[in-house]
Design a protein around this ligand. Structure first.
Ligand SMILES: [Zn+2]
Length: 218
């Protein structure tokens, strides 16, 4: 992992064995301790006995999980993109579709999840393809609204690559709608943001056709 983590925080890293990439539990001990105390109070306020066997370690687990789910704050999308930039004449659309996405809505801190489709038209620079899902993650692993998440992905790619255009579509289901409130169990929210060439209907339509096409017959 490159030094995209904040330098002033020491991250502990669990369960790395056998993995070629750094995944999972990123947490900071002092924060974990404080958060665990707060979750202990929360669980008690909800009417539970935080000392019963199944719950004893829950505050600490939640504290760690929440730090993981918001670790995007510690990462710099520009650095991630800059770490794999290549000069290249290619100027056709580059599309990464069906990027899995998990985020937390900032209104209820409940998950929303779905897929992102990201395209850009290079202007002299391309980026390593694996960096695109990582940039999606940087913004998804924060407290978010889907609309802002969509725009932030577009803006980061536009800022660093300065391409002819960028397009992002995000489709997601929000647990705050499904489990509470409206209880619309199957509704999917779609948001999109377009910049440069993608503001032209023809280019935008080509992108939409590509993301809706079943090219690999899955
Ligand atoms: Zn919500």
């Amino acid at each position: 992992m490159q030094n995209t983590m904040a330098n002033n925080m020491e991250w502990e890293d669990e369960a790395l064995e056998g993995r070629s990439y750094r995944k999972v539990d990123l947490y900071e001990s002092a924060t974990t301790e404080k958060l665990a105390d707060l979750y202990k109070s929360s669980i008690t306020l909800m009417g539970e006995d935080v000392e019963r066997e199944g719950l004893v370690k829950t505050p600490e687990r939640v504290a760690k999980a929440m730090q993981f789910l918001t670790h995007g704050y510690q990462m710099d999308p520009d650095e991630i993109l800059k770490s794999a930039l290549f000069e290249e004449d290619h100027s056709e659309m580059v599309l990464v579709k069906d990027i899995e996405l998990y985020s937390l809505c900032e209104h209820h801190m409940l998950p929303f999840f779905g897929r992102a489709h990201v395209a850009y038209i290079p202007k002299g620079k391309i980026v390593g393809l694996s960096k695109i899902p990582r940039v999606v993650d940087v913004f998804a692993r924060r407290l978010q609204v889907q609309e802002r998440l969509t725009c932030q992905i577009v803006e980061a790619i536009d800022r660093v690559l300065q391409p002819h255009g960028v397009a992002v579509v995000v489709e997601a289901q929000h647990l705050c709608m499904m489990m509470r409130g409206a209880q619309k169990q199957n509704s999917i929210t779609t948001t999109s943001a377009f910049k440069g060439e993608f503001e032209k209907p023809a280019t935008r339509n080509e992108f939409i056709n590509l993301i809706t096409a079943n090219l690999m017959n899955r």
